[in-house]
Design a protein around this ligand. Sequence first.
Ligand code: S3P
Length: 449
Amino acid sequence: MSHDTTSMRPHRFRPAGALKGRIRVPGDKSISHRSIMLGALAVGETRVTGLLEGEDVLATAAAMRAMGAQVERTGDGAWSVHGVGVGALLQPQGPLDMGNSGTSTRLLMGLVASHPITATFVGDASLSKRPMGRVIDPLSTMGASFEATVSPKGSQTLPLILKGAYPAVPIRYRLPMASAQVKSAILLAGLNTPGITTVVEPIPTRDHSERMLRGFGADLSVETDADGARVISIRGEAELKPQTIEVPGDPSSAAFFIVAALVVPGSEVLIENVGLNPTRAGIVEVLRQMGGSIEELNPREVGGEPVADLLVRHSALKGIAIDPSIVPSMVDEFPALFVAAALADGVTTTTGLEELRVKESDRISVMAAALCAAGATVIEQEDGLVITGTGGEPLAGTAGAIATHLDHRIAMSMAVAGLVSRTGVEVDDVRPIATSFPTFQSMLEGLGA
Ligand code: S3P
């Protein structure tokens, strides 16, 4: 699962004719992680259909097994999780290998923090650079203790050893950055902490943890305070009830195909079963503001989340200034959006993207370098990119391979850029795509690329 640099798999994504057809993207990554984690804490069998079988989610499954849960794929392609109960996670016998997955790491740190166990967390080169202080700080206040690696820049990173506190101390914590991972880590720690643990969220982020915790029977309330911040409280020592969960399609995976269909002339693609939780759907709104034709068909609810089929047609896109308040609802979609901007007519300005610098790679500078190498006009600023689009003309394409820095979303975004280029775009390594979207390349080929 950890990708070394000796066996990198480069690939050139070539210019494509119109993309036509219907696809169904894999299950939502955030919801898949949470369904395994909460299933592992409920006594009895939780059944999950539509689970994303990507490396990140498999890392969560392996970790929950190492802490006592039974997590297995059944013959019909569903997943079965037999949980141990809140408070009953077992001491893992070896290090928990989180691979490339920040979500697995930070959420599981929350779970371990209020159990009487000690766990070592390790990950690949990308994950080992990412800041963990943002969860170490609140979880330390709850009583957990940490021995983390300190990076040359002074931030706390993997590998780290976490000694859980039992009993942990409930806290009220105001999030200093918009992060669903930090919010979720504290709520998950709160599950096994006596009393009420509260997270104050000034800027709303994805709310899958809140929805699913309630679905499993946790006593969780969400209120809005006088300043408009969300105040989320969970009562600890909860008893979770096993559930049947249907995971909707991942809007973050759909985003690559939405952008591809918008920018490749003549395309018309139906993307079925896309999760459109308002805390995730910013990309659809922004692409519509740019002139994209995205029709929502058959709106419905799947697994407690709003879902629709999206009919996307090639459109002449216009550059816009993107309102920074929409960033949290499309935080993972900026690499794909940058590609749309590079092919739009006029200038697209993005601001408020500081969090992109601490994702699987520094997505501001890595996308700036990749798009420039492909012939786009891009100015990098501290908190975003300013991109002057070609007005639909193909990009030149890359001479050599662009560096993806073990970041799946950089690889998939630049694959889309290659479809509207003269010579194609070569990415240095397509292996990380399997962390979130193992079928990406075959699905693209299926549409005619
Ligand atoms: C996620 C939260 C986001 C997102 C990540 C998944 C989650 O991270 O980028 O891909 O499932 O909670 P941050 O909490 O760092 O914003």
